[in-house]
Design a protein around this ligand. Structure first.
Ligand code: ADP
Ligand code: MG
Length: 704
């Protein structure tokens, strides 16, 4: 056990090429130029880049780095990197120098043909470019491969189309910056220069023992269990949530924190989650672009450190049926460079016209584009959470809390808001406890999109997914609502009157999206349908939202995506879905044919031998015979279901790639997988544990 004292303040950011390092190491003029690029998007000349690259390299070498990599987020959902060493061509003396030029820093040219492009880049034009994103700091990562300088980059095709998540995210940040500034100017703000979305992503994950993980092909190949019966004890006692953290886990968390702090991730909160073996980690929020990169880094770190502790970190949305899945809460707000949070209601929100307009715009954006937000959280694993009796529901609605809902009600009904309810004091009945003032925004854990004090929390995102997409959508739809409002208000003769009317109009027109009740209830599903809110249950049903006329118009207006980019993204989503289900189906086939059926055959032989032996001894073998019959019947069911799954999976593979194929996987292969799982799970409840060919749920989640 390590009790070594760690000085967090000292190690925090020690492996980041951050502002302090840049100020220390770069000549004044170069530093100034770089800040201009970071803050105002000014072009960086090659001479400046050369100086930065040189200093970055010297700094990285001091940290032990031998290689550098452009670090990017292609549409595979995981980060990609290609490592180059700093070694230059040998000198006549036979020695080498360590070099790194401005050109190498700014631009990379990975062979892009193997990354998904959804038809955007014909394979004969395989060139893709990575371009340095100087707004997200470079860092040195230390792992078993030594130390590597990682440079966050965007990834584009030869013709400039985005092949990654970062490029559209940066574009969407520019859009919301521009439109939010317009809005602020209308309210007389002349001082704020920049508006940035801030994001804090809470990350849920499971930890299982590595040795047990290795015995489950489903976990190895798909990240989730494809078979498995619930143990006698599940999460019904709620005793894991916020429970004391076990020593093995605590030591893992300590290492994760240290690793994250070193690379500048502000790991802040950690606790046990609802399900056994489930945990959560949250950093302090940062600029959207940095938050997206750091969330990727966090996921990588969780996985790496888990291995070092003899465990495996499962980031899948639903590793175990019957216990809670994992998600990612995307906390989002918009802040100016001089520290104003546009989502801060203040003590008396009814008097805060600017806040009310911002709120009305967000309601409108979410109501109009609920389908896009839903899609932004779609991935194959999330199909098991959204709309499947689990948090959160697949229907997008907004939770405002009592105070704001009351203000909105006043505005809609009378056109005038005259007061704000306040939270009041919390009376514990114990005089020695401090008096606590209650939050005016009560918590509602079942809402997919909740206002929580001074931010919105989008809770649909899957635990394994990048948070880039949800933030691209959020930034762009809110930019659109701001732009529409500004178009009207900038022309108004009487601003006060116009803004008052507009707030009332937006709130009235979009009030159907507000829901403060229990989002898990069946009544809500019926109520949402009455309100006409979309209830999109699966990923394949969500994807068409990307390419509707509404979506194309939105994204082209703010230059976030072109039509071609949107079409390619829809294509990639369909392909990703088909591939994921195909792997799951084939893994099930493999496990059923090579592990389960052989085990059942052996087991029935043992039972049959027992029946014979018992009968021979002249004793009644009714119980043994019954068991044998039951197992044999379920075994036959397993074999029949396996044959069906083999057939439909082959059929699926032969379909035309894209929408048709993805839909077939959803409509035919997924049900066949469920049909195969059912008898095997029943057998797991009656077959001798010794005869079961792999660790059970109980072994996996209660014995970490
Ligand atoms: P809870 O689990 O109660 O929602 P946490 O503290 O676990 O709360 O997570 C809240 C997340 O929201 C943290 O990442 C936090 O930094 C982030 N956050 C707090 N304020 C803001 C804000 N104004 N904008 C964006 N994110 C925020
Ligand atoms: Mg939360």
């Amino acid at each position: 056990m390590s009790t070594e004292v760690i000085n967090v303040a000292e190690i925090f950011g020690e492996n980041v090429f951050n502002d302090t390092v840049m100020q220390e190491r770069l000549p004044k003029k170069v530093y100034k130029n770089l800040r201009k690029t970071i803050e105002e998007g000014k072009d960086l000349d090659l001479e400046t880049a050369d100086v930065i690259a040189h200093e970055m390299k010297e700094w990285a070498i001091e940290k032990g780095a031998t290689h550098y990599t452009h670090w990017f987020l292609p549409l595979t959902g995981v980060t990609a990197e290609k490592h180059d060493s700093f070694v230059s061509a040998p000198l006549p003396s036979g020695k080498v120098l360590m070099s790194f030029s401005g050109k190498e820093l700014i631009k990379g040219e990975p062979d892009a043909s193997s990354f998904p492009s959804g038809g955007l880049r014909a394979t004969f034009e395989a060139r893709g470019y990575t371009a340095w994103d100087c707004t997200s700091p470079a860092f040195v990562r230390q792992d078993a491969g030594g130390a590597t300088l990682c440079i966050p980059t965007a990834f584009c095709s030869y013709t400039g189309e985005a092949l990654d998540q970062k490029t559209p995210l940066l574009r969407s940040m520019e859009a919301i910056n521009k439109e939010a500034l317009r809005l602020l100017r209308l309210f007389g703000n002349t001082t704020s220069k920049k508006v940035t979305p801030s994001v804090g992503a809470e990350q849920e994950y499971f930890l299982v023992d590595a040795e047990k993980f290795e015995q489950r092909k489903d976990l190895i190949y798909t990240g989730r269990t494809l078979f498995g019966a619930m143990p006698p004890k599940g999460q019904e006692l709620d005793d894991h949530y916020f429970g004391t953290i076990r020593q093995r886990i605590a030591s893992f968390m300590r290492d994760v924190n240290i690793q994250l702090w070193k690379v500048g991730v502000t790991a802040k909160t950690q606790h046990n989650e609802v399900a056994p073996a489930q945990h959560e980690l949250a950093p302090i929020y940062s600029e959207a672009n940095i938050a997206v990169d750091q969330n990727q880094l966090t996921m990588q770190t969780l996985k790496r450190v888990a291995c070092q502790h003899g465990m495996k970190c499962l980031l899948h949305e639903k590793p175990f049926a019957g216990v809670n899945g994992s998600g990612k809460h995307n906390n989002w707000s918009i802040t100016t460079d001089d520290g104003i949070n546009l989502l801060e209601p203040g003590k008396t929100p009814h008097e805060n016209t600017q806040f009310l307009l911002v709120l009305a715009c967000i309601l409108k954006a979410v109501n109009v584009h609920a389908d896009l937000l839903r899609e932004s959280a779609a991935d194959p694993g999330n199909d098991h959470r959204l709309g499947a009796n689990e948090a959160p529901p697949a229907i997008i609605s907004i939770f405002l809390g009592e105070q704001l809902e009351d203000v909105v009600d006043q505005l809609i009904s009378t056109g005038e808001a005259t007061h704000s309810l306040n939270g009041g004091k919390l009376d514990t009945g114990v005089s020695t406890l401090p008096e606590l003032s209650k939050d005016a925004t009560d918590r509602n854990r079942t809402s997919p999109f909740a206002f929580t004090g001074n931010k919105f929390e989008f809770r649909m995102v899957g635990s394994r997914d990048s948070i880039a997409n949800p933030n691209i959508v959020l930034n762009t739809i809110v930019a659109e609502a701001f732009a529409d409002a500004c178009d009207i208000l900038e022309k108004a003769d009487d601003f006060d009157l116009a803004v008052h009317d507009l707030i009332k109009e937006y709130l009235t027109d979009n009030q159907r999206i507000i829901f403060n009740g229990n989002g898990y209830s069946d009544e809500w599903v019926a109520e949402a349908e009455r309100r006409g809110l979309p209830n999109i249950k699966s990923m394949v049903e969500a994807i068409p939202a990307i390419t509707t006329d509404k979506s194309i118009k939105l994204f082209e207006r703010f230059s976030v995506f072109t039509k071609a980019e949107l079409e390619s993204r829809a294509e990639i989503q369909y392909e990703a879905y088909a591939k994921a289900i195909n792997i799951e189906a084939r893994t099930m086939i493999d496990m059923a044919s090579k592990q389960f059926l052989p085990a059942f055959i052996k087991y029935t032989k043992t039972l049959a031998d027992t029946v014979l032996a018992v009968k021979e001894a002249g004793v009644d073998a009714a119980v043994q015979t019954e068991a044998l019959k039951e197992v044999s019947a379920l075994m036959a069911e397993t074999k029949a279901a396996l044959d069906v799954l083999v057939k439909v999976t082959d059929e699926a593979a032969a379909k035309e790639e894209g929408e048709v194929q993805a839909n077939f996987y959803h409509s035919d292969v997924v049900p066949a997988m469920e049909a195969l799982r059912a008898p095997v799970d029943k057998l797991e409840m009656i077959v001798d544990k010794e005869a079961w060919p792999m660790p059970s749920y109980g072994d996996l989640i209660f014995e970490v």
